[in-house]
Write a protein that binds this ligand. Structure first.
Ligand code: ADP
Length: 471
């Protein structure tokens, strides 16, 4: 038996609680009854002793002592009523003492005379030589003559003890029954309550990465267990989605790498079979180089993404001026834009302080400007701006390019997504630039969004917390 299991511990708790309550109630009942019986027996004896004192002893003269004896016998008949009565003179000699009762329930012979008389009244329990106990009420009564007589009235406690003994026996018989019910009932109750946990555990043990679409059973009990299995199921869903994403990512990555590799291979095969240095050779080598560059770019971007996934963006955390970074980057990209006849303009405030990895945030500006230049036809414009608004630095890259169709807008930040596969590949894109932008932004607590109209242009907006303002 597993003594650490919840089943065992709850059963043990339940059983000990019930047994504890039973013992406590039993003890309260037993001692309560004992106290009550003793008190009422004591009161009865005291009442009788007062009665004898008030009626027979009060006016007692030494010469009337024989009358007292016969009056006690006729009025109280202690032997017939199983009672003990004794009257002791002031000098300590016994005036009257009742004998053994008819039912022989006790034998008062040998009951010692009280050495110290009580001031007025007292109640005591005396053990008789025959092993029985007497509860005796004693009154030190002053007669009108001034003499003090000690009146003692007692009754055996045997019937009271029999009653208490019976109660003890009943409690003793009841205890094992209570233990049995507490342990058995507790075990069944806990087993019932924990049955869904058993089912959930068994199912959870069966779920592996190959059957992540399966779910744990949800007990419709509106309790903690229902919440637990619902949360676990949500967790499995998230894991399934993550696994699917990474599978898709690996498949997309291998697909992207395969195309340039196939081109490289066939071009190299052509070179091998060709004899001598032909006129097409430099052109052929140039195209090989282009493919190698494309491959290198994809690998570099994949590497950047995997590092961002591993949470490395915090490595070079510094405070810097985003406005200045944007302006210098726009200057550098201008060369590329001039070749295409596109004007890149930049408008920014003097200082917009942000905190983050400077190199990675520069990558964001480069990727957005690169796309804007790539997807804007000759003669178009690209405009970069940085401003601060409501505790945020707002960086916007707007172009007058080809725009993005509405159905593609929600997907542009996904890995390997390209609106027009063929044209994007021609421009050297593998659909990773915006995915990198999104990952960098997420690592900086920033948001990135896009607005676009087909054939009119696009606007990418990055919202980054200003330095000192927590995202
Ligand atoms: P790529 O490297 O192919 O450009 P990105 O992730 O940078 O990949 O962009 C994803 C897709 O979004 C691109 O293939 C392109 O179709 C579209 N896109 C991105 N930026 C722009 C833009 N400024 N204008 C029009 N289309 C864009």
């Amino acid at each position: 038996m597993n003594t650490h299991s919840i089943r065992f511990r709850l059963t043990a708790w339940h059983a000990s609680l019930l047994i504890g309550v039973f013992l406590l109630l039993g003890a309260l009942m037993y001692f309560g009854l004992k106290h009550y019986l003793e008190a009422s027996l004591g009161q009865t004896q005291m009442r009788r002793a007062r009665q004898i004192g008030g009626t027979l002893v009060a006016n007692l003269q030494p010469k009337d002592e024989t009358n007292l004896v016969s009056e006690i016998k006729s009025l109280y008949a202690p032997e017939t009523n199983d009672r003990f009565i004794r009257v002791t003179r002031p000098d300590g000699s016994v005036l009257y003492a009742s004998g053994q009762p008819k039912d022989l329930s006790f034998n008062p012979a040998g009951l010692p005379v009280l050495k110290e008389r009580p001031e007025k009244e007292s109640l005591r329990k005396e053990m008789l030589p025959d092993g029985r106990a007497l509860l005796i009420a004693a009154i030190n009564y002053a007669a009108t003559s001034g003499q003090r007589y000690l009146v003692e009235v007692g009754s055996p406690t045997i019937s009271m003890e029999t009653m208490l003994g019976q109660l003890r026996l009943q409690l003793l018989i009841g205890l094992p029954i209570v233990v049995l019910v507490a342990v058995g009932g507790g075990y069944l109750l806990v087993a019932r309550a924990l049955a869904p946990v058993e089912q959930i555990t068994r199912k959870a043990e069966q779920i592996t990465q190959h059957n992540l679409s399966e779910r744990l059973p949800v007990p419709r009990s509106a309790d903690e267990l229902e919440r637990l299995s619902l949360s676990l199921n949500h967790m499995i869903s998230r894991m399934e989605e993550g696994l699917l994403n990474s599978k898709r990512f690996v498949a997309d990555a291998s697909h992207e790498l395969r195309t340039p590799l196939t081109v490289l291979r066939s071009e190299l095969e052509n070179l091998v079979v060709r004899e001598g240095w032909t006129a097409e050779m430099p052109e052929c080598l140039g195209s090989l180089l282009e493919e190698v560059e494309r491959l290198a770019k994809i690998v570099e971007r994949l590497f950047a993404l995997s590092r961002l996934d591993a949470g490395e963006a915090q490595a070079e955390w510094v405070r810097f001026n985003l406005a200045e970074l944007a302006a210098t980057t726009a200057d550098q990209m201008n060369l590329m834009a001039e070749d295409k006849g596109i004007a890149v303009t930049c408008k920014s405030s003097l200082e917009i302080a942000v905190e983050g990895d400077r190199a990675r945030l520069k990558q964001v500006v480069v990727n957005l400007l690169d796309n804007a230049i790539k997807y804007t036809p000759k003669g178009g414009t690209v405009h970069l701006s940085v401003r601060s608004h409501n505790g945020h630095a707002i960086l916007e890259v707007a172009d007058s390019g080809i725009g993005i169709p509405p159905e593609a807008l929600p997907h542009v930040f996904e890995r390997f997504f390209r609106v027009d596969q063929a044209r994007s590949s021609d421009l050297g894109g593998a659909g990773l630039g915006l995915a990198i932008v999104k990952s960098i932004c997420a690592a900086h607590g920033a948001e990135v969004e896009v607005e676009s109209k087909l054939s009119q242009g696009s606007l990418f907006r990055v919202k980054l917390p200003l330095a000192g303002k927590k995202p």
